[in-house]
Write a protein that binds this ligand. Structure first.
Ligand code: NAD
Length: 260
């Protein structure tokens, strides 16, 4: 019997790595794609130690040709692709609109939004042809509610939520599922990607991550379950539900709370 197969971008670290290991424990074959080869190969070794199989593919999501090569290698190694996780992401620069340089906006959009767009554009035709498959896009709670100072990150993640909503309706008739994941902060190496950090900003992120009620492994287990159930919106942290519901039920009350 053919094993199920999953491709994960940004799989060398954090949530991508945890998701790789979660699906490996469930017996899936994994394509570990990332720009960090050393960590990626360590992830492959950990997957193999769990008795599953995996390969590492260098893939920079800002380069269409890298994603195409990843897609083509998957179809050389496997008869079909079951799941794509567009997970690679960066936090870029933090700060008010007049503090974040344009080049950091461009970096956030290139990786967090266009990286996901490229993944969907290149893998969706294969899923449509197979009449099966699932796309998981990793957004953030910052794409749904207001988190002060996270302008470029929030805008890129809000666009990923919107793109996922569109894809969900576009791909439904082709039997291709879509999940968008919107976590709050949890502990990973994400702060390593922060540029132009003001003194103390990195420590603040690290402290907030340490306080998270969920680990990357917890969220990876929820992603596995969401794919199985074809659940569209996954908000792993219960603490963010209230803010999201308030924004939808009473936008004016929400604005008042945020402005205080
Ligand atoms: N950690 C959090 O608190 C948090 C919260 C909400 C959403 N997220 C999202 O989760 C996803 C995973 O991030 P993480 O927290 O595990 O961070 P992480 O830094 O631990 O992992 C991100 C991985 O993406 C890779 N990457 C970066 N740029 C890339 C590129 N251009 N091409 C390919 N790979 C690239 C990195 O090498 C790294 O291995 C991101 O999309 C992030 O925005 C994280």
């Amino acid at each position: 019997m053919n094993k199920k197969t999953i491709v994960i971008t940004g799989a060398s670290s954090g949530l991508g790595k945890a998701t790789s290991l979660e699906f490996a424990r469930q017996g899936w074959s994994i394509a570990v794609a990332d720009i960090n080869q050393q960590r990626g190969e360590e992830t492959v070794a950990e997957i193999e130690a769990l008795g599953s199989d995996a390969f590492f593919q260098f893939c920079d999501v800002t380069k269409g040709e890298d994603i195409q090569a990843l897609h083509d290698r998957c179809l050389t190694v496997w008869p079909k692709i079951d799941v794509l996780v567009n997970n690679a992401g960066i936090v870029s620069a933090l700060g008010a609109i007049d503090r974040v340089p344009m080049q950091e906006w461009q970096r956030a959009i290139e990786v967090n939004l266009f990286g996901v767009v490229r993944g969907c554009m290149i893998f969706a035709p294969t899923f449509k042809q197979q009449q099966s498959g699932h796309i998981v896009n990793i957004a953030s709670i910052a794409g749904l509610v207001t988190i002060p100072g996270m302008t470029s990150y929030s805008a890129s993640k809000a666009a990923v939520v919107s793109l996922s909503e569109m894809l969900r309706s576009e791909l439904k008739s082709k039997k291709v599922g879509v999940t968008v994941v919107c976590p709050s902060l949890f502990q990973t190496n994400l702060a390593e990607s922060l540029q132009h950090a003001k003194e103390g900003q990195q420590d603040l992120i690290d402290e907030a991550m340490e306080k998270s009620s969920l680990t990357a492994e917890d969220i990876a287990a929820l992603i596995f379950s969401a794919v199985r159930k074809n659940q569209f919106m996954l908000l792993p942290h219960k603490s963010s539900w209230l803010q999201w519901w308030l924004k939808r039920l009473s936008p004016s009350l929400y604005q008042w709370v945020i402005a205080r």
